[in-house]
Design a protein around this ligand. Structure first.
Ligand SMILES: Cc1cc2nc3c(=O)[nH]c(=O)nc-3n(C[C@H](O)[C@H](O)[C@H](O)COP(=O)(O)OP(=O)(O)OC[C@H]3O[C@@H](n4cnc5c(N)ncnc54)[C@H](O)[C@@H]3O)c2cc1C
Length: 369
């Protein structure tokens, strides 16, 4: 019996589990293969919806969160237990309750954690729509926003999930509240020229590149000595790999996991794979890349279990929406070799982005036949 353990029941983990089940259904039914999925919580969040939800554009909270057990095939074992240690030499997972589980193959898809303490004053002063709780708070505050409010939207550190999202947020915020509010945007790198043009046209003041040093109740200070006053500070706190990721020998100081860019294996551990936001790939932390990597990993494991050689490779596929105005969007699609030209902003792509949750839930559930 071969055991495939997957840590993380988010986009990458659930997709990998379902695809592995699909590829190895016969072997699972004949007890030759076991697929075990671990998550520390029993629910799965659809993150792109938080953008629209925090701005009051999307109302239904039930499109944002679903139980992991409803997204996976019943033939997959689900363990709601936090993994606290991976013993790579003995091929064992240890959970918070000190339970041990052996594996033959391991897929790590643990996503990111936000390190609020990294910047003095950040916690308690910055709000984020990068988690559900923060999105709810922003949504409530925006309902009673006063004339003349200055909102600073600040990206604190690179890399972070889905690069265009804070820019899309700034654009939608200005379209919704127009001259009632002032919007200032800062990030460690300046946005692409075409976004800069949209910012200029809409009156969004871009002060990038700036690196946040500290935050107080009404001002944000940057490493070059600049200071910006705000009434409301919304942004992306410093994203890092998880505490579990930081314990692994192939982790960077910030917890990003270094893997081969095509096979997704860490050096010296061909039975281990890392996918999704947990990898040290920057600019590749999106749903499309997590799903594509889950596909590659499930094929590589299937190829080996079926007695062959693992041949399938990840090509660096990324695709994500950029909102260009309320009702219009473009798609950014690239891989390691090519960046496709942007299509003109369209209502079609806006509808695709706005209703993406329908495709997302169906796709994730559909990859579980
Ligand atoms: C606000 C926002 C908007 C976004 N918009 C888009 C978009 O428009 N398009 C797009 O393509 N992408 C978007 N993204 C990015 C996309 O959501 C992520 O890239 C994707 O969810 C990454 O999947 P993942 O499996 O790596 O991590 P996640 O989906 O975050 O899953 C990680 C899972 O691991 C679990 N876990 C962590 N540590 C442990 C542990 N020790 N033990 C057990 N379980 C553990 C967590 O509980 C979690 O369930 C957005 C992200 C955000 C935050």
């Amino acid at each position: 019996m071969k055991t495939i353990a997957i840590i993380g029941g988010g986009t990458g983990g659930v997709t990998a589990a379902n695809k592995l089940y699909h590829n190895l259904k016969d072997e699972v039914e004949r007890n030759l293969v076991k697929i075990v999925l671990f998550d520390k919580k029993d629910y799965h969040v659809f993150y792109p919806g938080l953008l629209f939800y925090s701005l009051g554009l999307l109302d239904e909270e039930d499109v944002l969160v679903k139980n992991i057990k409803d997204l996976i095939n019943p033939g997959i074992e689900l363990k709601i237990e936090e993994v606290t240690e991976v013993n790579l030499d003995d091929r064992k997972i240890i959970t918070v309750n000190k339970k041990e589980y052996s594996y033959d193959y391991l897929v790590i898809s643990t996503g990111v954690e936000y390190n609020w303490e990294r910047i003095p004053g950040l916690r308690g002063n910055m709000l984020t729509f990068y988690d559900l709780d923060g999105a709810r708070k922003i949504r409530n505050l925006l309902q009673n926003i006063k004339e003349g409010t200055t909102i600073v939207i600040s990206v604190t550190k690179l890399p972070y999930p889905c690069i265009p999202v804070p820019m899309s947020f700034a654009i939608l915020l200005k379209d919704l509240f127009k001259d009632k509010i002032n919007v200032i945007y800062t990030a460690p790198v300046a946005p692409e020229d075409f976004i800069e043009e949209i910012f200029n046209k809409k009156g969004i003041e871009d002060r990038s590149p700036l690196i946040v040093e500290s935050v107080t109740k009404n001002s944000i200070k940057f490493q070059d000595g600049e200071e910006i006053k705000y009434d409301l500070l919304i942004g992306v706190p410093p994203a890092e790999g998880t505490n579990l990721a930081k314990t692994l020998p192939f982790s960077s100081k910030s917890g990003w996991l270094t893997v081969d860019r095509n096979t997704l294996n860490p050096l010296d551990y061909n039975e281990v794979f890392v996918i999704g936001d947990a990898t040290d790939f920057s600019g590749i932390k999106t749903i499309a890349s997590a799903v594509s990597q889950a596909d590659v990993v499930s094929k590589r494991i299937t190829e080996e279990i079926s007695g062959g050689e693992a041949k399938t490779k990840y090509d660096g596929f990324v695709s994500c929406f950029i909102i260009t105005e309320l009702g219009k969007a473009v798609m950014s699609t690239y891989n390691y070799d090519t960046h496709l030209p942007y299509s003109p902003p369209s209502e079609f792509l806006w509808n695709f982005a706005f209703r993406f949750h329908k495709i997302y839930w169906d796709y994730i559930a559909l990859s579980s036949p």
